[in-house]
Design a protein around this ligand. Structure first.
Ligand code: C5P
Length: 278
């Protein structure tokens, strides 16, 4: 059996460049993997079976893990089937990329169990067919992503940063948030300059999807204000929400209904999957 962690991501900044004729949006975003992770267990089996610790998650062919299994067989010609168990910790409908990460981790694992039929570069390229955010997870964990998100420019590691991930009870649907994007509401920052600001150690955090998310879920604006009032110097929604990452000395509001975890940046070494560094 092969067991691998599957990390969440945050968007340190997310700029919407424009709407495309295929309905998607071009973006320019700085992605970073973090130490909030799911755990996936893989073994070769007579038929495909996916089980999950969270009974509310669909485990049929709509799950990105099984989409990744079918993609791997289609691209490589492999006839192998797999038993997969997913221990879910990353909340869904949160903008933390849990499903995309699970798909990338599945492609990596199946390739290991099948005797490396593909290169990591091929896995990354193929993965864009089932989700725009999946190729990013084949970077070292820090990357500048453009196009639909699938054009990945790998970057050097950023210094470690402690943060909190906080999500209200309700989640947000990614297509719904993108539907409410109004280009005139974008924050006027040149993404290349924002990237430089991170490279210079003077980071500038922003997310053009926040305004759209506040339209879909008006209570989210007040939620962000509460987090800022808790003492954090940076509070930003990740991806299409509804989770936020918070940086600084603040204390997150303790409420049983909230998802609230501390985390750090996480990285992947070449030729290995993500691991926790001791
Ligand atoms: O590619 P993925 O399946 O993750 O995208 C989910 C939905 O999010 C798309 O159907 C689209 O509505 C929206 N989206 C977008 N522009 C992107 C990525 C996603 O409009 N760059």
């Amino acid at each position: 059996m092969l067991s691998l962690i599957s990390p969440a991501k945050i968007n340190l900044f997310l700029h919407i460049a424009g709407k495309r004729s295929d309905g998607y949006h071009n973006l320019a975003s700085l992605f970073q993997t973090i130490s909030l992770v799911d755990l996936l267990h893989f073994s070769i089996h007579d038929f495909d079976i996916l089980t999950c610790s969270d009974p509310s998650l669909p485990i049929d062919h709509t799950n990105l893990v099984l989409k990744a299994v079918n993609l791997f067989r289609r691209k490589t010609g492999s006839l192998l089937c797999f038993r997969i168990h997913l221990e879910k910790n990353i909340p869904y409908q949160s903008g933390l990329g849990g499903g995309s990460s699970n798909a990338a981790t599945t492609l990596w694992a199946l390739n290991q169990l099948s005797g490396q039929l593909a290169t990591p570069q091929q896995l990354a390229l193929w993965s864009a067919e089932i989700g725009s955010d999946i190729p990013f997870f084949f970077s070292n964990g820090t990357a500048y992503c453009t196009g639909k998100g699938e054009e990945v420019r790998p970057l050097n590691y950023f210094p470690q940063r402690a943060l909190w991930i906080v999500k209200p009870v309700d989640g947000l649907s990614t297509p719904m948030v993108y539907r409410y994007v109004q280009l005139e509401n974008r924050i006027a920052f040149d993404p290349e300059k924002s990237l430089q600001s991170f490279n210079n150690g003077n980071p500038h955090y922003f997310n053009d999807l926040e305004t759209a998310a506040f339209t879909v879920m008006p209570s989210l604006k007040e939620f962000k204000k509460r987090l800022i009032d808790s003492g954090f110097h940076t509070v930003l929604m990740t991806g299409s929400g509804s989770a936020f990452f918070c940086i600084g000395e603040g204390v997150p509001p303790l409420n049983d209904d909230l998802f609230c975890r501390s985390a750090n940046f996480l990285y992947r070494e070449a030729d290995k999957w993500y691991t926790f560094v001791e």
